[in-house]
Write a protein that binds this ligand. Sequence first.
Ligand SMILES: NC(=O)c1ccc[n+]([C@@H]2O[C@H](COP(=O)([O-])OP(=O)(O)OC[C@H]3O[C@@H](n4cnc5c(N)ncnc54)[C@H](O)[C@@H]3O)[C@@H](O)[C@H]2O)c1
Length: 249
Amino acid sequence: MGGIVLNGKVSIVTGSGRGIGFTIARKLAEHGSSVVLSDYNQEGLEKAAEEFSESGFEFIAIPCDVTRKDQVENLVKKALEKFGKIDILVNNAGITRDTLLIRMTEEQWDAVLNTNLKGVFLMTQAVSRVMIKQQSGKIVNISSVVGLMGNAGQCNYSASKAGVIGFSKSVAKELASRNINVNVVAPGYIETEMTATLPDSVKEAFLKAIPQKKAGQPEDVANAVLFLVSSLSDYITGQVLNVDGGMVM
Ligand SMILES: NC(=O)c1ccc[n+]([C@@H]2O[C@H](COP(=O)([O-])OP(=O)(O)OC[C@H]3O[C@@H](n4cnc5c(N)ncnc54)[C@H](O)[C@@H]3O)[C@@H](O)[C@H]2O)c1
């Protein structure tokens, strides 16, 4: 994808302190975008900022918990103060609190829905106000294949990720005439710190269900996001792109 050019673009990536979010942020920067790194984990954010400095990328790093409206508004304000516009938003921040339905606490339910779904709402609402004024923008929301197929032990997470898909399709319809594209990337089993803690039996079950017989890498997800934030996808909106080695088809 060497031909994709994001020079002059400004991107916000939530949860970019590590994992898939960091790899997405780096990919967009490598293709010329200025990047607003953000995460609620201060240590991760500082490490990401260090790597961006060493690479000579243009960026700022702003701490932000996506579940907090005041922090989301501050993030957008700081991005505008520094760069004057926002072209690209990638809603990547996400958490899991896995357990079976019968054991799930209200706290586990609320934490996952607040981060994975309400966080996407707050960020998208704040940034879309800017994009509507600009009459342009690209929004990519990171869902998951389990939002499409369900997964035992993840009813909170699956509900949040299915919610992201319904939310994104609705917003895609609302914003299409404003020249704003809203799409979803649904990763399958990707090797990150989030999935490193899964029991071996769960990992084996995933691998059995993947026609390509291997886990994906953060880079695979970042490549799909790169396409969806670039002009190559200008006529694509409201779509879900699975990056899953064929797990769901
Ligand atoms: N790893 C996978 O196999 C996989 C599969 C499907 C979907 N996903 C999704 O991809 C995204 C990234 O996953 P990952 O594997 O890189 O996870 P990760 O845990 O490695 O990284 C998630 C990042 O989000 C940040 N974060 C969490 N809650 C936040 C909040 N409230 N505000 C701001 N930042 C917050 C964390 O601090 C962390 O830096 C998530 O949305 C996840 O649900 C991952």
